[in-house]
Design a protein around this ligand. Structure first.
Ligand code: SF4
Ligand code: SF4
Length: 190
């Protein structure tokens, strides 16, 4: 397979079968009512968003154009369960370049918000939010690093008031969704 045909198979839906049971015909109407994705149906699949996207340049799978196409076709679950959704760096280059004036980056944000609503939250974010509630840091600081700081005579890392954090974040949608779907990371069990 040539490089170009390989890319095509990943960026087009032509080689993928679609079952009618997968199609949610109301999904596009749901999207046009949401702030950020109002005009996504104007997409004529020119591919400018994908060709200018810095993430698509380095990822074999992330294609904003394809996500929009899938949404247009009503493939709601494929869009919301798509791990690549979370690769977008929100740089807004696609929004600046879209000839149809579609806020592509905002459409991706809408997809992410809906993914959270339906409980499609990647484990990495659950772990991250758990670590923040545990220590205030976005990831667990390994014991080896703490010891290394001591050997280098560096001061201990600052401690965070996690109670204040909990009060601040407990009403966020992501926190509630993580609780709702019963997958509560250690740091959130308080
Ligand atoms: S640049 Fe705009 S019109 Fe072109 S594929 Fe992307 S969203 Fe669709
Ligand atoms: S906002 Fe996201 S989809 Fe758009 S160009 Fe940047 S990384 Fe790509």
């Amino acid at each position: 397979m040539t490089e170009s045909s390989n890319i095509c198979s990943q960026t087009c839906l032509e080689n993928q079968s679609i079952k009618t049971s997968e199609i949610d015909s109301q999904f596009k109407y749901e999207l046009v009512k949401l702030s950020g994705s109002e005009n996504f149906l104007k997409c004529f699949q020119c591919g400018t968003c994908t060709s200018d996207c810095p993430i698509a340049r380095y990822s074999d799978n992330y294609r904003p154009r394809t996500l929009i196409r899938m949404a247009t076709l009503g493939l709601k679950n494929r869009v919301l369960n798509n791990d690549t959704l979370w690769l977008c760096a929100a740089c807004f280059k696609c929004s600046d370049r879209c000839p149809q004036g579609i806020e592509v980056a905002s459409v991706i944000r809408v997809f992410r918000n809906l993914a959270i609503d339906t409980g499609c939250i990647p484990q990495v974010f659950k772990d991250q939010i758990g670590a923040i509630f545990d220590s205030g840091y976005a990831y667990k600081i390994p014991e080896s690093r703490i010891k290394k700081r001591e050997t280098q005579n560096l001061p201990p890392l600052p401690k965070c008031n996690t109670e204040n954090l909990y009060r601040l974040l407990k009403n966020t949608k992501m926190f509630k969704k993580i609780q709702l779907y019963g997958e509560v990371p250690n740091g959130l069990k308080q």
